[in-house]
Design a protein around this ligand. Structure first.
Ligand code: ADP
Ligand code: MG
Length: 209
C-alpha cells in the first residue's frame, strides 16, 4: 500500500462527501446524548477543508495534513474540532517531507494521532468517544496487512460497540447510563473517516508498490 498526495486528497474529499451525506444522522445521534450539533460542526469543517485544498497545491503529505488540521481546529468547533484537529496535526508531523504514505507511515501517523486525542481529551478506551474507533483501527493498521473490506469492518464493529458503553467524557457523560442506548456521534464520524480511507486505497491511486 502506497498512498500518494493525490490519493490522500481523494481520502479527504471522500470524507467530506460522507460527512455531508450523513450530516443529519450525525446530528441526530448527538441530539440523543449531546446538543445535536455534531453533523453540522463536521459538515462545516470538512466543506471548508475541501475548499482550501482545492485552492492550493501540495508537494508532500505533511503540509496537506497540516492545513487539514488547522482548518478543522478553526472551523469545526465543539469538543470534536480540536480533537480531530490535534489528531491530523500529530499525523502531519510524522508525514513531513513524505511524498507518499505507506502502511508503516500510516501506522506511525495514526499512533501519533491517537496519542494526541488521548492527551487533549483525557479519555480512555471504553469511555464512549471517537477514541473507541481510532484505537482499534490503529491496532489493525499496526498489526495486519491492510485490506479494504477488513479495515472497513474493523471501524464499523468498533463504532457499533459504542452502543452499550456508558459515556465518561464530553456532554454525553451527563446522560450517565442512558447514554448507553445509542452510538457515539464522534465514533460514527470516525467510522466514516476510515470507511473513506478504505475506499480510497482501492479507487484513489493506492498501489501495491
Ligand atoms: P460538543 O460535545 O462540544 O457538542 P461535538 O458534538 O462536535 O462537540 O462532538 C462530540 C463528540 O466528541 C463525542 O461524540 C465524542 O466522540 C467526542 N468527544 C467529546 N469529548 C471527548 C474527549 N474528552 N475525548 C475524546 N473524544 C471526545
Ligand atoms: Mg455536540
Amino acid at each position: 500500500m502506497q498512498l500518494t498526495v493525490e490519493a490522500l486528497q481523494q481520502w479527504i474529499i471522500t470524507i467530506n462527501n460522507k460527512i455531508q451525506e450523513n450530516k443529519e444522522h450525525l446530528s441526530e445521534l448527538d441530539q440523543s446524548i449531546g446538543d445535536g450539533d455534531h453533523g453540522h460542526n463536521m459538515a462545516r469543517g470538512f466543506q471548508e477543508v475541501v475548499h482550501k485544498m482545492e485552492a492550493a497545491s501540495y508537494e508532500e503529505t505533511g503540509s496537506l495534513f497540516k492545513e487539514v488540521a488547522m482548518t478543522l481546529i478553526s472551523k469545526v468547533g465543539g469538543a470534536s474540532g480540536p480533537l480531530y484537529g490535534t489528531a491530523f496535526l500529530k499525523a502531519s508531523d510524522q508525514w513531513k517531507e513524505r511524498t507518499t504514505v505507506d502502511q508503516q507511515a500510516l501506522a506511525k501517523g495514526m499512533e501519533a494521532a491517537v496519542e494526541g486525542i488521548k492527551t487533549r481529551g483525557k479519555a480512555h478506551e471504553g469511555d464512549k468517544t471517537m477514541l473507541d474507533v481510532w484505537a482499534p483501527v490503529l491496532d489493525y493498521v499496526q498489526n495486519k496487512p491492510i485490506e479494504n473490506d477488513s479495515l472497513k469492518e474493523t471501524a464499523k464493529q468498533a463504532m457499533e460497540k459504542t452502543k452499550g458503553m456508558t459515556a465518561k467524557k464530553g456532554r454525553a457523560a451527563y446522560f450517565k447510563e442512558r447514554s448507553s442506548d445509542c452510538i457515539d456521534p464522534g465514533a460514527f464520524s470516525s467510522y466514516l473517516i476510515f470507511e473513506a480511507l478504505a475506499e480510497c486505497m482501492v479507487d484513489g491511486g493506492g498501489s501495491d508498490a
